[in-house]
Design a protein around this ligand. Sequence first.
Ligand code: ADP
Length: 189
Amino acid sequence: MAGRQAGPFLGGRVRRTFGAVTVGCVQGDITSQDDIEAVVNAANPRLESGGGVAGAIHRAAGPGLAEEARPLAPIEPGEAVITGAHGLPNRYVVHTLGPVYGQDRPEAELLAGCYRNSLALAEENGLESIAFPAISTGIFGYPIEEAAHVALGTIKEEADSLEHVRLVRFVLFGEGDLEAHERVLSELE
Ligand code: ADP
């Protein structure tokens, strides 16, 4: 386990362990997480391709992803569903719909639901590793630091109840987003 984590985490400066669960942050692309079993899609309600994360995931996965996901749509803010990963280098894609900041309320609770429900699907499928983008912080406008508090706080709260998931990775696109997550992660009580 330690050996497998060493490579991908070299770029990340902050890593924390909550019980048996390691949480780390890296700067990168959610579609290039070859060593992770499930990657999370910041989905739209119809589970279609789009901008940001959803566009990148659907482009990398190919049209089979949208075909498999179509019968599972629409989803509500905070909900998550799981499909195969098709052309992505992972086993599964978890699709979750984040809240639109200032519109879907209570937004912190809905965002926490995205992380909780995604973890629950990973557990149901016996997965050891999952990678998240910063859900809702792009087109949906959630301020990055506020979102990082909700995201990382939720992982910490859930960690003790996880029986399969041992590695949670946050994949941040920008250097500033990585720094915000690392700051919040290092300061979590
Ligand atoms: P939402 O609609 O939930 O706000 P977005 O896809 O617009 O989702 O953006 C969520 C976050 O993911 C933003 O911080 C954005 O910069 C980042 N992002 C965009 N593309 C990628 C990618 N390929 N890998 C990782 N993060 C990405």
